[in-house]
Design a protein around this ligand. Structure first.
Ligand SMILES: O=C(O)[C@@H](CO)OP(=O)(O)O
Length: 215
């Protein structure tokens, strides 16, 4: 059975500052670098064969650290990028006007085609992250890939695999450098297709990361 590991990148400067990134970027903090090293130490014995990463800087750096621990090359896939959050990118969460907060809330309150001006809808995000995951099915038999991506992107992926709407991603806390696992099963008896084995495991981190709402 194909097992795919899903890792959110390490803490970044803007995560720590509660600043919206989306497809904008900021570097890992020293904490983020350490988190990535702890993921590497955890997964290096799991037989990871491929590291596939969003091409944004924070995921690239996280993937480099993990791939080094696993002795793998890295493949970059832009479909694993974070949700494009349009005109709100780079903005501090606490600086948003009520109208701007409404744009963000529309993304999480069930409007599949809602979007922040200049940004991407949850429907569009779901389509591309599922396409990226499906690509793992074409890897050689016996492959065990690890995907490095982002909070909303991975939350959307896991939520929709569970049969929840894409916007349920806000109800699933995927902290920095959390490890999730999804398996692809062919069974006719149980639910064929992707199943969630683990979501948001941080037991390998010495200090569980805070997410932007907890800071
Ligand atoms: O883009 C961001 O600001 C956050 C949102 O959750 O995502 P990530 O830090 O995982 O890229």
């Amino acid at each position: 059975m194909l097992q795919v590991y899903l890792v959110r990148h390490g803490e970044t400067q803007w995560n720590a500052e509660r600043r919206i990134q989306g497809q904008s970027d900021s570097p890992l903090t020293a904490t983020g670098e350490r988190q990535a090293m702890l993921v590497g130490a955890r997964v290096r014995t799991l037989g990871i064969t491929h590291v596939i990463s969003s091409d944004l800087g924070r995921t690239r750096r996280t993937a480099e650290i993990i791939a080094d621990a696993c002795g793998c090359d890295i493949t970059f896939d832009a479909r694993l990028r974070e949700l494009d959050m349009g005109v709100l990118e780079k903005r501090h969460i606490d600086s948003l006007t009520p109208e701007e907060e409404g744009w963000r809330r529309r993304l999480v309150d069930g409007t599949a085609d809602g979007r922040i001006p200049g940004g991407e809808s949850m429907r569009e995000l779901g389509e591309r992250v599922h396409a990226a995951l499906a690509s793992c099915l074409a890897l050689p038999a016996g492959s065990r890939p690890l995907l490095v991506s982002h909070g909303i992107a991975l939350g959307c992926l896991v939520s929709t695999i569970l049969g929840l709407p894409a916007w349920a991603e806000r109800r699933l806390r995927l902290r920095n450098c959390s490890v999730s696992r999804v398996d692809y099963q062919e069974s006719l008896w149980l639910a064929p297709g992707w199943v969630v084995e683990t979501a948001g495991d941080v037991s390998h981190l010495d200090v569980p990361a805070l997410d932007e709402l907890q800071r």
